[in-house]
Design a protein around this ligand. Sequence first.
Ligand code: ZN
Length: 308
Amino acid sequence: MFSLTGIVEIPSVEIPVIRRALTCLTLLTLFSVAAQAAEPIKALIVDGQNNHRVWPTTTKMMKSYLEDTRLFTVDVATAAPKGTDPNFKPEFSKYDVVISNFGHGAADWPKETQKAFEKFVSGGGGFVVVHAADNSFPNWIAYNQMIGIGGWGGRNEKSGPYVYTDADGKVIRDTSPGRGGNHGAQWEFPVIVRDKDHPITKGMPTEWLHAKDELYDMLRGPGQNMHILATAESNVTNRHEPMIFTIKYGKGRVFHTPMGHAEYSQECVGFITTITRGTEWAATGKVTIPVPDDFPSAEKTSSRKFAE
Ligand code: ZN
């Protein structure tokens, strides 16, 4: 037989519990919706001096790729075209991540800006290094620690080892004398994923064909706290050069790709996926952006024509 008191007790005891749980759920839902709507990842692209004259276009491309994910808001801070710009003082602390589209021959930032940037990254800020950004500032010690390895600007064995991998992905740190930074003719080259479990590369095919680009080789630097996620075999050195890698700098996360020479290189879906995922990871330590269906395969490149 049912106990009447039992039936009566159910609403008096359990409904408040259910109601409380529902209220919690509603609040959680409202909170996460509000958080998504109110707190996008704040990204800043810095540019203004780059030997790649296409830089105003590649800044627009990267800004658009990031905004298209709906995860980011993107500002741009542009330095004066020549010399150290005394007014170049972005408020790094307002952002979660800074992307550099500076290049070879860029004049040093004002000391105050350098110090603010070092504080930003070491304090836990994200930093993204694209293509010729690893040519910049050969004499700025902290910058070279952040980028891990770089090229040109007089870089040589004194800058640190030439870092590459063997065919099996074993990291080689070559301290023998030689220049830092080189590339052959542009071509479509295979990118080999070496770490399939890292958030940036997870879900990418083990090998994918990158659109026409410069394959940087012989990059040198301190190479400390550096983790190589993908490589490409250079047809100049016949070594596997780092193409996607991360560096830990203090509490900060740095994502570095030497890919992205020209607009056709940055139209590659592999590049778009790499730069958006790498930027999300540098900002948050996580990646929610999926590998898209039109991602390149081992046999075939895949590009999206950029329209302004
Ligand atoms: Zn280039």
